[in-house]
Design a protein around this ligand. Structure first.
Ligand SMILES: [Zn+2]
Ligand SMILES: [Zn+2]
Length: 112
């Protein structure tokens, strides 16, 4: 399901990591698939739809916390950790860019 949504947002099958966008040919393979996008696909998805990376992980952590289930507890911790890492890594820089990562090397409209 998440996999199909990935296609909707322009993601192709993933060959890099164990990832929700790994291709699958039959149901059995489908069922042991990952629930999460790997770093490569998250980055690609971000390129495509420009979501707020920080908000994403905050929201994921929130959802996992709300379920109050042990299974999701670990996920919630992981997502908050990632959210913290983003804050540390991008800090002011992240906020000043309106919650969007920019890649100066590949796209800089003011530098033609
Ligand atoms: Zn597919
Ligand atoms: Zn992937």
């Amino acid at each position: 399901m998440v996999h199909e949504i990935g296609h909707m947002f322009g993601l192709k099958h993933c060959i890099y990591y164990s990832c929700v966008m790994n291709g699958s040919n039959h149901l059995e393979e489908n069922q042991k698939k990952e629930m999460e996008l790997c770093p490569v696909c998250v980055r690609k998805l971000h390129e495509n739809i420009q979501f707020d990376m920080l908000e994403r992980y905050n929201a994921l952590a929130e959802v996992c916390n709300e379920t109050n289930s042990k299974i999701f507890k670990k996920d919630a911790e992981l997502y908050s950790k990632i959210s913290d890492l983003i804050k540390v890594a991008y800090g002011k820089n992240y906020l000043s860019k309106g919650g969007s990562f920019s890649n100066e090397e590949t796209k800089d409209p003011s530098n033609k």
